[in-house]
Structures are given as structure tokens and as C-alpha cells.
Design a protein. Structure first.
Length: 223
């Protein structure tokens, strides 16, 4: 059975990371959360009070404090800049509300896409994001475009935030997710869009395991 590349794209809180992690574990593949990389860059920009126009300063910071991944004893994916663990800070609302702007900077995307492609050469991989099937891994054997209604995605994010102790208002979340959808799909550089050969999957009303099984069935056809 050959190893393949699996690209999962979709809007915010559509369940990409959750299903990607499970599929990678089940197949023994590497999982790469590209969204965490853009969040890490956003965290660095906010921490150093850099605006979107201060591109060179941000790129220098990313060179000085490279983004890397690790794993905790419980199997949780850890995110680092340099040797600092920023796994939880990058999920704060302030980062969430600014990540679309930082992710739209062409030079930042170019730098991180190059790193993502480098990691993908190491074997079977499951990668999720906004432009994996269209830009990062256009040659991936399986491309999935995962969507869900704004209401359902807001509910999911609300439950996640409450579980993490992050103060959250459901109606505000709905507005923020809708605004992020617009920004992600209308930016000039690598906008969120479905690859022509992607499998479209609306997860509204489905539980995680049902979505995982659907994607695994598609993957097995290509192995």
C-alpha cells in the first residue's frame, strides 16, 4: 500500500485539524497544522507590536526564532518559536482575530509554504489549512474541502474555548467567523478556495468520527 499526501482545506472551525490529527494517527502519517504556523507568526507580530506593513522586521523575527513542532507526553502537538512553547497562547482570541491579516502577507506565506513543502517531502502526510490543495500540495493524491454552517462552526469553537478556559460569547464568535470567512476567501495571496479535483464535504450535522471515516474511505481508494 503506497503512502499518499492528504490535503484538507476549509474555513475556520470546520473541523480540519481535529479530523486531520485522527487520520494521520490512524495511518501512521505525519500531521502538519499549517494554521498553527500562521498563528505563530501572528503571535510574534503582536508580541513585538509589529503592524502588517513591517514585513522585513517580522521575517527577521521568524529567522531568529524559527517555528517548530513537538509532541507532549500525552500526544498533544506542541508549537514553538525558538525554544519557547506557544501552543496555548496562539489560540487566544487576539491571535485569532489578527491571523487573517498576517496570513495575507505574501512574503510570510511564501516563507511558510516553502517550509510546509519541505516537511511534506518526508513521506505520508496529512496537512490542513486554507491553500494546501491549491498552493502547498497541488500534487496531493487526496484533496478534501471541508465546510460547515457558520452556526455549527461557532458552536464548535465556543465549546473548545470554554473547555480551554477562554472567555467567549457565542454571538460574537458567529460574527468573527463570518468576517474571517470573507477575509480568507477575498485576500489576494492564496485565497481560500476549493481545488478543482477536491472532494467537497459538508460536515454540518455529522460527528467527528463520521467525517473521519468518509475521508479515510476516499484515502484508501488512492493508496
Amino acid at each position: 500500500m503506497k503512502t499518499i499526501q492528504i490535503a484538507i482545506d476549509g474555513p475556520a472551525s470546520s473541523g480540519k485539524s481535529t479530523v486531520a490529527k485522527i487520520i494521520a494517527k490512524d495511518f501512521g502519517y505525519t500531521y502538519l497544522d499549517t494554521g498553527a504556523m500562521y498563528r505563530a507568526a501572528t503571535y510574534m507580530a503582536l508580541k513585538n507590536q509589529l503592524g502588517v506593513e513591517q514585513v522585513e522586521e517580522l521575517l527577521d523575527l521568524l529567522d531568529q526564532h524559527p517555528i517548530s513542532f513537538g509532541r507532549s507526553e500525552t500526544g498533544e502537538q506542541l508549537v514553538f518559536v525558538g525554544d519557547v512553547d506557544i501552543t496555548h497562547p496562539i489560540r487566544e482570541n487576539e491571535v485569532t482575530n489578527h491571523v487573517s491579516a498576517i496570513a495575507a502577507i505574501p512574503e510570510v506565506r511564501e516563507k511558510l509554504v516553502s517550509l510546509q513543502q519541505e516537511i511534506a517531502q518526508q513521506g505520508g502526510i496529512v496537512m490542513d489549512g486554507r491553500d494546501i490543495g491549491t498552493v502547498v500540495l497541488p500534487q496531493a493524491e487526496l484533496k478534501i474541502f471541508l465546510v460547515a454552517s457558520v452556526d455549527e462552526r461557532a458552536e464548535r469553537r465556543y465549546k473548545e474555548n470554554i473547555a480551554k478556559g477562554i472567555e467567549t460569547d457565542l454571538e460574537t464568535l458567529k460574527e468573527e467567523i463570518a468576517a474571517r470567512d470573507y477575509k480568507d476567501s477575498h485576500r489576494k495571496t492564496s485565497p481560500l478556495k476549493q481545488a478543482e479535483d477536491a472532494v467537497y464535504l459538508d460536515t454540518t450535522g455529522f460527528n467527528i468520527q463520521e467525517v473521519v471515516e468518509k475521508i479515510k474511505a476516499e484515502a484508501k481508494k488512492r493508496m
